[in-house]
Ligand binder design. Structure first.
Ligand code: NAD
Ligand code: DAU
Length: 374
């Protein structure tokens, strides 16, 4: 600890840094703390993309390592070599629908992988360098709390865990392992449980980027069930700021919830995205030329693409975060409004056509086709 009792990391290992939130976090951190060393460890699964890290390329304080968190020996070597004092652990299988069709990978990466990482941290930080100040910052989700019933208050840090999907169960399990390393061995840890993120570099299997990219190709916009499920949406940079505050000011061993105070039913979000894309395209001849298959170019409205499909199995109806603790202890509150955040996000996807087209052309397309063949 230094600087008014704040913890100040020097050399950070970001696992899963080539994914959506991890890459946004890397860019945030290099901008806020340009003298820190930032090392990304990522296995580059279907969800990882080195393109996401392009803005960091050439920065002498940045390094990318292609590796798996399941590889304990490699992590130990890397922690020693780079003198890592802080691990920010994003690496995970993150998509609920995939956890329903293929849960095994979720146990491997989210449970076993997190445990291999904890073991490596214990070896280097506690066994080899017991006086070293260190932090294992574990990135978790509000899905561990399960679903809110109609009169339930929003999730607090003491809401009992009740995970419903295999994804949520694997994250809950990883949270318990992190907790156990704090309680049993004295590893310094924090867990943050965050609500739904959106923003640049999100893989278009998740609702918001899926809807944006499908509109541009006039493809159906699948709404699960009645579309009345509610999520609490947060712009990804606001998540990065929340993690930063926890790292610097959080009480070790304490969980912190991070949320957007921004609850929306799925169908309302899809309508908002439809109208915003229509508006942006109708105002720009350049965009109309770039996206000739978009509904406005065919004399239609994006909302016409909305298609109600079979509901997700075990679909959680409602998530919402009570942000009192992170607000009162850390001074956290989100900066971005949903309307400006959605507009920025849509602009990013419109400007980065190659990025999402490349993703949509490969393994993802095979996977999504299989979903609809069933
Ligand atoms: P993502 O799927 O976009 O990225 C995951 C990254 O982890 C990818 O780069 C992938 O290559 C990497 N990875 C997967 N398995 C790995 C392994 N075995 N070894 C090393 N790297 C591996 O995920 P995301 O949406 O950015 O989520 C990041 C973290 O935040 C996850 O832990 C997730 O549970 C959590 N979270 C996500 C959200 C959200 O809305 N997306 C909200 C709250 C919490
Ligand atoms: O709450 C945090 C979680 O948010 C994270 O832990 C997960 O990693 C992240 O993927 C996200 O989970 P969700 O299941 O809430 O996100 P997704 O974008 O998959 O779906 C959002 C809502 O939209 C959900 O109610 C399901 C619905 N949906 C999703 C898709 C992909 C649809 O109606 N149609 C779709 O095609």
């Amino acid at each position: 600890m230094s600087n008014n009792n704040q913890y100040c990391p020097t050399n950070i290992l970001v696992t899963g840094g080539a994914g959506f939130i991890g890459s946004n976090f890397v860019h945030y951190w290099l901008k806020e703390y340009p003298t820190n060393r930032v090392v990304v460890l990522d296995a580059l699964t279907y969800a990882g993309n080195v393109e996401n890290l392009k803005p960091a390329e050439g920065n002498p304080n940045f390094r990318f390592v292609h590796a798996d968190i399941l590889d304990y020996d490699n992590t130990v070597k890397l922690l020693r070599e780079e003198k890592i004092d802080t691990i920010v652990h994003f690496a995970a299988e993150s998509h609920v629908d995939r956890s329903i069709t293929s849960p095994d990978a979720f146990i491997e990466t989210n449970v076993k992988g997190t445990h291999e990482l904890l073991k490596a941290a214990k070896t280097v930080w506690l066994d080899e360098n017991p006086s070293m100040s260190h932090l294992f910052q574990h990135i978790s989700t509000d899905e561990v709390y399960g679903t809110l019933k109609p009169n339930d208050p929003p999730f607090r840090e003491d809401t009992p865990y009740a995970p419903n999907s295999p994804y949520a169960a694997s994250k809950a399990s990883s949270d318990f392992f992190v907790r156990s390393y704090q309680e049993t061995y004295g590893l310094n840890t924090n867990i943050s449980n965050c609500s739904n993120n959106y923003g640049p570099y999100q893989f278009p299997e998740k609702l918001i980027p899926l809807v944006i990219s499908n509109i541009l190709e006039s493809k159906a916009l699948p709404i699960y069930g009645d579309g009345q499920q509610i999520r609490d949406w947060l712009y990804v940079d606001d998540h990065a700021r929340g993690i930063d505050l926890i790292i610097r000011k959080g009480k070790r061993g304490e969980p912190y919830n991070i949320g957007g105070i921004n609850e929306w039913a799925n169908i309302d979000i899809v309508n908002l995205v439809c109208d915003t894309v229509d508006k942006r395209l109708s105002e720009s001849e350049k965009l109309k030329k770039q996206y000739p298959n978009a509904p406005v170019c065919l004399g239609k409205k994006a909302r016409e693409l909305i298609t109600y499909v079979k509901d997700r199995l075990g679909h959680d109806h409602h998530y919402a975060i009570d942000p009192t603790k992170s607000n009162s202890e850390l001074g956290y509150k989100p900066d971005e409004s949903f309307v400006t955040g959605i507009d920025k996000t849509i602009k990013w996807y419109l400007d980065n056509e190659d990025w999402w087209r490349h993703i949509m052309s490969g393994e993802y397309q095979d996977w999504i086709n299989q979903q609809y063949e069933k």
